[in-house]
Design a binder for this molecule. Structure first.
Ligand code: ADP
Length: 487
């Protein structure tokens, strides 16, 4: 039961409410009691003063010849208040007046006990005291006095019965009202928690109905400004991202199978045609095998590229970082494609002379530069030129590959880094020597980004294109100190 947020909220709310009410009631009870005690004390003092004034008047007045006893008797007659008793003790501690407390038996409050109270109270700084007689509380006030020739002590006892009754009624009222208020608060809390959490229950039911097959469905957002509306909005944004990612994956798989189908179909077709005739010349067999080999190589490239991208997407392509010279790598890549460029009568220039020691994944960087050089040669007609430069400027290392090809139409330039995108599908496929599947630039882009850099088509027009890769120099600082003499 406590697994439900509604119940937990209600329990917490009720418990806090109960604590607050109990503390408030205890505080109120305490204040009431203090207040009533203060008022009683003030009234006792007032009565004592008035009583003694009467005794003094009696002793000093014309009728004063009767002594203390008569004076006290006259004052008692004048001060008959319900629940109040005046007891006067003479110098020897003998009771001058004999008065009994209401509800007390003779002997309950004796002159002896009052003397005890008087002495006890008088000895303390605090002249007030509370005593209990037959279960009833009395507030006592004692003080010395001197009237005329006489001295003595006055003890005033004030019944606390009505105050106690009032406080008891207050306590009973609290004891009745608090559980009732807690009960009401609990019911109200549960109702509120139910109402506030109802949208969460609805959202959870809606979310439970969304799966891979209906990722286009969204949660209903009633009020986008409140917290639950924002939660629903965030969930919908997450679904948007998931939907896009699913869509990309679907397209990737569809494109990949489409790309793989073509070379496989060519392999089958070529093999079927060759095997259709029982006898063929060696020359014909060699020609067929060379076609099969070309397609198999193309297939191998596509599978390798797909594998690289799949691992990159899954974040499972770790970078094997080593320290090496970027200018050497650029020169090595240029050497590797020299034959390819020569075969197409394309002039290849390498302008990377400045020593640049970096820390990066050399194999991946080689693959990226080779991709860009391959493209440059592939899309540049015979007689053209390809130039590769490596350099450093504004705390960035850069490698740029410039060609004199036909360029990329401006409306397609933003899409060339998309997977499987080819600006000119027919021509790209017709290039039998590695006519790409449109994955080269995607992989190059991933390699640049994996090193904290970026790749840009810095220029492309009818006279040619330039691709440039930028790397942040700080992120690629080598671990070992630069030793140019060690080369
Ligand atoms: P592909 O394997 O088709 O070369 P890429 O991803 O390497 O795939 O390139 C994507 C597309 O970008 C190519 O099909 C081509 O149309 C265009 N492209 C890339 N490099 C160049 C370039 N140097 N000159 C002209 N077009 C290019």
């Amino acid at each position: 039961m406590l697994d439900s947020v509604r119940v937990r909220l209600t329990v917490w709310y009720t418990a806090v409410m109960a604590c607050v009410l109990v503390v408030l009631a205890a505080g109120a009870y305490f204040v009431l009691r203090e207040n009533s005690e203060r008022r009683t004390d003030a009234s006792i003092v007032e009565m004592a003063e008035s009583f003694l004034a009467t005794v003094s008047a009696e002793l000093n007045g014309a009728a004063g010849s009767g002594g203390l006893k008569e004076g006290v008797a006259a004052a008692i007659l004048e001060h008959r208040f319900s629940g109040t008793v005046f007891v006067v003790l003479d110098e020897r501690g003998e009771a001058v007046s004999e008065e009994r407390l209401p509800h007390s038996e003779p002997g309950d409050v004796t002159a002896e006990s009052l003397r005890g109270v008087a002495n006890h109270v008088l000895a303390e700084a605090h002249p007030f005291h509370t005593i209990r007689v037959r279960g009833r509380a009395y507030r006592t006030y004692a003080r010395h006095f001197s009237a005329g020739q006489s001295e003595g002590a006055l003890v005033v006892l004030q019944s606390l019965h009505s105050q106690e009754e009032f406080l008891e009624t207050a306590a009973q009222t609290f004891a009745l009202v608090i559980p009732l208020a807690v009960l009401l608060a609990g019911a109200g809390g549960y109702f509120l928690a139910r109402r506030s959490l109802a949208p969460v229950v609805t959202m959870s039911a809606q979310a439970g109905r969304i799966g891979a097959e209906n990722l286009d469905k969204r949660l209903e957002v009633k009020n986008s400004k409140d917290e639950l509306g924002q939660l629903a909005q965030s969930f919908n944004d997450l679904l948007d991202r998931l939907d896009q990612s699913f869509e990309r994956q679907r397209r990737f798989v569809a494109d990949a199978s489409h790309e793989l189908r073509t070379p496989v179909a060519i392999l089958f077709g070529e093999a079927d045609v060759t095997l259709a005739q029982s006898t063929r010349t060696t020359e014909e067999y060699r020609e067929s095998l060379s076609i099969l080999r070309g397609e198999a190589r193309r297939l191998k490239h596509i599978v390798e590229d797909l594998f690289t991208l799949a691992r990159a997407d899954a974040g499972q392509h770790p970078l094997m970082l080593t320290d090496f010279y970027l200018d050497e790598l650029v020169a090595e890549c240029a050497r590797n494609v020299r034959t390819l460029a020569g075969a197409k009568q394309i002039a290849l220039h390498c302008e990377a002379s400045k020593e640049i020691l970096i820390r990066a994944d050399e194999a991946l960087l080689r693959r990226m530069i080779m991709n860009l050089l391959d493209n440059a040669i592939k899309y540049t007609p015979s007689g053209g030129a390809v130039t590769i430069c490596g350099g450093e400027q504004d705390s960035e290392y850069s490698v740029s590959i410039r060609d004199t090809g036909a360029g990329i139409p401006s409306e397609l330039q933003s899409r060339i880094f998309e997977r499987f995108f080819r600006a000119d599908k027919v021509r790209a496929r017709a290039e039998s020597d590695g006519g790409g599947a449109g994955l080269g630039l995607s992989i190059s882009q991933w390699i640049a980004e994996a090193h904290g850099g970026r790749i840009e088509l810095t220029q492309s027009e009818h006279s040619g294109s330039t691709f440039t890769v930028f790397f942040p120099a700080t992120a690629m600082r080598p671990l070992i100190p630069r030793l140019s003499s060690s080369r």
